[in-house]
Design a protein around this ligand. Structure first.
Ligand code: 6MZ
Length: 370
């Protein structure tokens, strides 16, 4: 147990050190205040009953099933171009405010004929959100596009260094989708590589859909050199977990429900794991923080990265995830810093970005006197 004063000091540390976020769903990272405001507007228009949704938004403990019900509600509230742009801007601002220096934001491109939304126009609205951030420097274009194409190239504002955040995008395939729809998402990702799309994610309710449905699109992504990350083992499903590990994705998320054989396979493959502590505990995919597989993977020096999953839905933040990990394992500042810095090796962006991130961590280490 850590004392309260120590916990505050450690929280300050977790906040001040640079961090890399690799598993954050756009619509799961929305501020509660924004969701309530959007619900209020739809309530006034008579599209929803505000009182019915208010407690759903503010509820804290949700089962995995309830989380996906909440996503259905969130999607009703957020799926129009202007709102997608707004939430993207806010989510990036929130990560930057926590000293996240590189974030891979993932989102499921959506189609809605009634409002003229295609998967492409949805993604264009996301990119408009990146362009709309004006309080910090957002670098989202590939390095070889040159800084002249960046949102704002100079990092100097009124003589002081502006905060800078790298943002890259992953397009998610929802497990409710068909093979053709998954393929369309991969095609779109390939077409949008020049706009900062760096990979594909497979996510959605883990009790829905079959691995074989998504395999052709994921294989195509791999053949095209587009990195893939998979939600893997969020619920028990040995056959699927084994097929996913055999696929050799560039990263996996969660890895909660593995048996001995799968742990052995994972460890020998060295596939990096995106660890989402609060999410796993809230959804009861893992029974307690002390029995979380993070502990074993960390001690085994398996590649891993701490992530939020859905900071809004689970009322967490990346700094809190570091604090939680540190207090569970008794990590000191240097170990937390190393954990954050190691994530550079698992990002999907190019080497120019990776080298810049290394420099950012070197200069932060000096400032933090490590
Ligand atoms: C699996 C999840 C998830 O794509 O609309 N998503 N999929 N497991 C989880 N653990 C709790 N959390 C979020 O963001 C919301 C979507 O991300 C996926 C779900 O498909 C959800 O609908 P976007 O931006």
């Amino acid at each position: 147990m850590i004392r309260e004063s120590e916990s505050w000091r450690e929280m300050d540390w977790c906040l001040s050190q640079p961090k890399i976020e690799l598993h954050a769903h756009l619509n799961g990272s929305i501020r509660d205040s924004t969701l309530l405001e959007l619900a209020g507007v739809l309530g006034e228009k008579g599209i929803i009953v505000f009182k019915d949704v208010e407690h759903v938004i503010l509820k804290n403990n949700r089962s995995l099933k309830e989380v996906f019900k909440l996503f259905d509600l969130i999607h009703i509230l957020t799926t129009d171009h202007a709102t997608v742009t707004r939430i993207t801007k806010e989510v990036v601002e929130d990560f930057a405010a926590e000293n996240v220096v590189y974030v891979e934001l993932r989102t499921t491109p959506k189609r809605s004929e009634s409002i003229g939304m295609s998967k492409r126009s949805y993604m264009e609205a996301v990119i408009d959100g990146l362009r709309a951030v004006n309080t910090i420097d957002v670098a989202f274009l590939p390095s070889d596009m040159g800084l002249k194409n960046s949102v704002r190239s100079p990092l100097i504002d009124n003589g002081t260094t502006r905060r800078k955040i790298y943002v890259r995008l992953l397009l998610s395939i929802d497990r409710r989708e068909s093979t053709a729809a998954a393929m369309e998402t991969v095609q779109l990702a390939l077409e949008m590589r020049d706009l900062g799309v760096v990979g594909i994610d497979l996510s959605g309710n883990p009790v829905i859909g079959e691995w074989e449905t998504f395999l052709p699109a994921l294989t195509f992504a791999k053949e095209q050199g587009l990195p893939v990350t998979l939600h893997c083992g969020e619920v028990p499903n040995r056959t699927e977990v084994q097929s996913m590990l055999d696929f050799l994705p560039q990263r996996i998320g969660h890895a909660c429900c593995f048996e001995e054989e799968e742990w052995a396979k994972l460890k020998s493959s060295r596939i990096p794991v995106e660890i989402c502590l609060t999410s796993n505990i809230r959804t009861e995919s893992v029974s307690s923080i002390n029995s979380h597989h993070f502990v074993d993977l960390y001690n085994a020096e398996h590649p891993l990265v701490l992530c939020t999953d859905d900071a809004g839905v689970f009322s967490t933040s990346i700094s809190r995830e570091y604090l939680l990990a540190a207090s569970t394992l008794g990590l000191g500042e240097r170990e937390m810093f190393t954990l954050a810095r190691n994530a550079i090796n698992f990002v999907f962006a190019d080497d120019v970005v990776k080298n810049d991130l290394r420099k950012i961590f070197v200069s932060a280490a000096e400032k933090l006197e490590l």
